[in-house]
Design a protein around this ligand. Structure first.
Ligand code: NAD
Length: 330
């Protein structure tokens, strides 16, 4: 195992790479493929219409992989609040051992910890990470830099600084999330003190991701300038793929005299965004993407992607070490 870290040892995985929760993407096809390839695949609870559907999805995942996998539970502002506690109960009843959480989840984390689950909690700031460490005693913090897709937080600190601050401040092991898409990124995160990385957008653009091919092609064609930040006015800043709908939502956000969320609701609706992945029209609704879209140039299988990431990280490590030795001789 080339990269043996606290993360790989604790989770029982080969490669220190996690496929983070993604609304309308984190289904069993993707999660099981990532786990079979040696990373940690994660099912996203709220993509399932009911807690009982999540139960079926977890059981299906067990049939599709013998390797460890996790389940994500995220509680952020939502148009129709789901029954979070019921989802949490199903996760526990089904004996899931690894849970990824984000948002206001303290009561559910307490349930998961009591049930003996390993909890990885996502934070976009050191202040929130310290509070999660103190109040919830999670096993890993997933440090979500400003580069990430979706909910970027309100402090706008990218991972070059955020991961270093995590290393300086946290006692809990952490992983880097946001902006990672290749082996050099993995190596950089390890060098900054992380035990591994979390990738979302990169896994969206794999053969197994249940996302229309047009959308994968839109990611391949995009540059790092093709995302847009919306919802800052409501302190729920979200990074979307820049399209006609994100532009329209942003225009209302900027100009609305009332500042009422309901004015943008029809544009940012997740149900509308979900259709994008099904019908393949990138302008049908908003959909989240990280700025690493600029680095993504193909649609590999999860197996090929993880093998490439391992090989690239190893190759870059050896090259850097020999370059360093050469320059030390001079
Ligand atoms: P949705 O249709 O309920 O809402 C669309 C967007 O508007 C979301 O970004 C939501 O956070 C935001 N929003 C809703 N009400 C708001 C309010 N009053 N003020 C400010 N912003 C508001 O969301 P969805 O796309 O169907 O997703 C359902 C839930 O899953 C949301 O809570 C979302 O945040 C969450 N989610 C989870 C993940 C994950 O990794 N598991 C990823 C993305 C979204």
């Amino acid at each position: 195992m080339p990269f043996d870290t606290q993360l790989t040892r604790k989770l029982g995985i080969r490669v220190p790479v996690i496929q983070g929760g993604m609304q309308w993407v984190g289904y069993v096809e993707l999660a099981s493929a990532v786990s079979n390839a040696g990373g940690l695949g994660i099912l996203t609870s709220l993509t399932q219409p009911t807690p009982e559907d999540l139960r079926k999805e977890i059981r299906r995942c067990r049939e599709m992989t013998k390797n460890p996998f996790g389940v994500n539970l995220t509680a952020l502002p939502t148009i129709n609040p789901p029954p979070y506690e019921e989802y949490a109960k199903v996760i526990i009843e089904e004996g899931v051992k690894i849970v990824e959480t984000a948002g206001l989840v303290e009561p559910y984390v307490a349930m998961f910890k009591k049930a003996g689950c390993i909890v990885l909690h996502k934070c976009t700031s050191i202040r929130h990470a310290l509070s999660a460490e103190r109040r919830m005693g999670v096993d890993f913090l997933s440090i979500d830099g400003f580069e990430c897709a979706g909910h970027v937080g309100e402090t706008d600190i990218p991972n070059m600084v955020l991961l270093s601050r995590a290393r300086q401040q946290l006692r809990t092991p952490f992983i880097g999330s946001g902006g990672f898409a290749d082996g050099r990124g993995l190596l950089a995160a390890l060098a900054l003190g992380a035990s591994g990385i979390n990738m979302g957008t990169r896994f969206m653009c794999t053969q197994e991701a249940p996302v229309h091919m047009n959308i994968k092609q839109a990611i391949v064609n995009a540059t790092e300038n093709d995302t847009q930040l919306v919802l800052r006015r409501w302190k729920n800043t979200s990074r979307y793929f820049r399209n006609k709908v994100s532009e329209a939502a942003y225009e209302i956000e900027k100009t609305s005299p009332t500042g009422e969320f309901k004015e943008v609701q029809q544009y940012v609706s997740g149900q509308r965004g979900r259709q994008v992945f099904i019908n393949g029209d990138p302008d049908h609704g908003v959909w989240t993407a990280g700025i690493c879209i600029g680095m993504i140039q193909d649609v590999p299988t999860c197996e090929d992607l993880l093998r490439r990431i391992e090989a690239e990280a190893q190759g870059a490590l050896s090259a850097n070490v020999s370059q360093y030795k050469e320059s030390a001789k001079m």
